[in-house]
Design a protein around this ligand. Sequence first.
Ligand code: ZN
Length: 506
Amino acid sequence: MLRIEADVILTMDAARPVLRDAAAVVEGKLIHDTGDRAEMAARYPQAEPRGGPGCWLLPGLVNAHHHGGVGGGSWHKGVRDIPLERHLMRQYNWGFYDGQAPYARLNTLMLSAQLIRSGVTCVADFYYGDDSAPYLGAEHGLNAYREAGLRAVFMPAARNRFSPDNGDLQHFLTEMPPDLASQAAGLIRQAGFAAPEAFFEGWERTRRDFHEPGGRIAVGIAVDGPLRCTPEYLRALHARAAQYGAPFQMHLLETKYQRMVGTTETGGSLITYLDGLGLLDERSSFAHGIWLSEADMALLAERGASTVPNPSSNLRLFDGVAAITGLLHAGVNVALGTDSFGFSDDNDFIEEVRLATLLQRQPGITNNGLSGEQALALATRSGARALGVHGQIGSIRKGGCADLVVLDARRMLNPWISPLHDDPHEVFWRRARREDVRDVLVDGAFVLQDGALVTIDEAAVSEAMRGWLEGVWRMRGAETEGRSRLLDRLEAAVIAYFRRIESREE
Ligand SMILES: [Zn+2]
């Protein structure tokens, strides 16, 4: 039994939001009790004391959209950012990831270390693996989460249709000069996603062997994008998630081009289209959701669906800024993710909370932006709700899972806090930094203790990653050089293609 003492506990529980001079008692995997520090010490003298003066305690943070696996930001650290559609063509559509599934373990461990250090205890992994493998390549990522001790809502991604949404280039090949099209066709990844029957087979196997009811690993379903599956497949995927009570997540309206293409293909709003297919409900969360209309927001709120903006990624890929204040005003549950594209290539989730909050400060005399409580709710309670794990985590309350973050608040409070300050949530989102995170517990077990990772040998993982990536680049290097001229021509074609779509709307 542990008794974690803190000057301030930010519970994220509406009944008792802030406890001062308090303690939380952990027994096994659960929060057994919370209350006044002296009272807890008297009631549980046998519990091992942790925390202490100068410490703050808060619920573990929830990164509600992320990619471990073989995708995400790990391959091109330090590379100049470009708009999403150009980025996808350069980075994703050329078979670069084929045969790399075992590397998913290393990548997932490396990213998990970064997330744990910034107070994340639960991550939604929208997983791109290897659909030809029996577990869709998911076992590499899932085993890494088991190893890391991080809570994971793990969702293998499905796709069975090629469309320009998300910048897939199959459609646009038909609009370019034939000589370029035939060269490009050889480059662009045309397959790699399982047919629906094979996906369901692999998913069922993964769910059967890795899902832990009430435990740290939940297996759900991800959909690459609304136009990247046929309508029948979308319905079937959602029905399968519903059958198992599993979470369901989709990339949606990340760029204005996706909205334009969506209008062309469905004759209206993509949200209305998805609603017509019965896909909007409380188990559904939509990553990004930047280009939503007010009517879209109202419908999402009515159906109880969630959105998950990813501020770093959205800025890095020139997507735009999600209207979090507008979404909250409409009554939509809003969570927060990194998309594995932390601003400094570091997936610092505390920095992500700060960025998300500051980006809501649009000019306007009536604009109040987000409160500190709303800011932290994005990263805790609302994230848990978006992923369907709000029964377990997202706040500090008796009987909840002991997913906790102990901050050493001394640097944060130095040299002074105004006596006018009355809300520690405001102090947290503005002043906290990753280096203030002292302990992180998942299910009552330390994954970070006194600032040191317990479950991951970060230096060894980094070294192995470097070796692996250097090997891949050696193998691919010659090809890459040979491709660069073609890629430049293709990029120009992508720009022209989306400009044409844009000019039709103007
Ligand atoms: Zn994503």
